[in-house]
Design a protein around this ligand. Structure first.
Ligand code: FES
Length: 156
């Protein structure tokens, strides 16, 4: 993980502050989340305080600061999915799992993230559950989906 971070930082040799978001995005896609170590390293690379980085990163829904759960759900909130009701889906997951986007349940079983456009705009709202797309999702389907996923976890 530390090597991944170093490798990515080397790509942004100039250490420009405008590279912050792409840098964080790359680190997250390589390591799965933004660890404290990653934030500290990025901070010293760009000459920014960790508080500033954390503050900026939390402004974006796309970043997570904990490892994902055993089951990670990605909910599209791109324009088309938004128009088709993705907010209600996000709220339902928040309510059912009792976690916010980017957080992981205490038992480590579930996490969910908000993403922008997964390329299925005509079928929104779209969610991705452990690599499998679910389309035209309605909020009332969420409790059953979670029940099924819990069953999978328990019988794995
Ligand atoms: S906006 Fe959700 S898939 Fe494109």
């Amino acid at each position: 993980m530390a090597e991944d971070i170093e490798k990515i930082l080397k790509k942004y040799k100039q250490g420009r502050r405008e590279d912050l978001i792409p840098l964080l995005q790359e680190i997250q896609s390589a390591t799965g989340y933004l660890s404290e170590e990653a934030i500290v390293k990025v901070g010293s690379h760009l000459g920014l305080s960790t508080t500033k980085i954390f503050g900026l990163a939390t402004f974006y829904d796309q970043f997570r600061f904990f490892p994902a759960g055993k089951i990670n759900i990605k909910i599209c909130n791109g324009t088309s999915c938004f128009m088709n009701g993705s907010q209600a889906i996000i709220e339902k997951f928040r309510e059912e799992l009792r976690i916010a986007p980017g957080q992981t349940a205490r038992n480590g079983n579930f996490s969910f993230d908000i993403v922008t456009c997964m390329g299925g705009c005509f079928h929104g709202p779209v969610i991705l559950v452990n690599g499998e797309y679910n389309i035209h999702v309605r909020p009332e389907q969420v409790p059953d989906l979670i029940k099924r996923l819990k069953y999978i976890i328990e019988n794995d």
